[in-house]
Design a protein around this ligand. Structure first.
Ligand code: FES
Length: 154
């Protein structure tokens, strides 16, 4: 079947089987920033945005994306680069495998809540597991990133 997706702002048509998951269609077509961790909907490494909301691409059938807007980490490089600087400063990135999914959740959080508390940050990030356990550093880095964004606005 043909799947029509607006992917990172561009209209694309992909071939997919009816039982293919979105992650596999994306990765097969070169979007390798979408990481396959658990492949069971548990780790968040495969997070992408569908119509602006975070979805797990390993748990979303590709046919469900037909006619929708999908954003992967490849589509948010500017923001990802900014966040990566804060992660590096806080020594967060160890293996980096969870980072693309984590960034997609941070960007969604940013859209939903202007001045999130630590609790709210943790709530939005609770679906993104870090196998290196960099959670405290992540929290510090995200807080600093969001504060800097607020300062830019004022
Ligand atoms: Fe999709 Fe782990 S790879 S949640």
């Amino acid at each position: 079947m043909k799947i029509n997706i607006t992917l990172n702002g561009e209209k694309k048509v992909f071939n997919a089987n009816y039982d293919d998951y979105l992650i596999d269609v994306l990765r097969k077509n070169g979007y390798l920033g979408v990481k396959k961790g658990c492949d069971t909907g548990s780790c968040g490494a495969c997070s992408v945005h569908m119509d602006g909301k975070v979805v797990l691409s390993c748990a979303t059938l590709a046919c469900r994306a037909d006619g929708h807007e999908i954003t992967t980490i490849e589509g948010v490089q500017n923001e990802a680069t900014k966040i990566a600087k804060y992660f590096a400063n806080e020594g967060v990135e160890q293996c980096g495998f969870c980072s693309p999914g984590t960034v997609m959740s941070i960007l969604y959080l940013e859209k939903c809540i202007e001045n999130p508390t630590d609790e709210e940050i943790l709530h939005y990030l609770n679906g993104n597991l870090c196998r290196c356990s960099g959670y405290q550093g992540q929290l510090r880095a995200i807080r600093m990133y969001l504060e800097a964004k607020q300062d830019e606005k004022s």
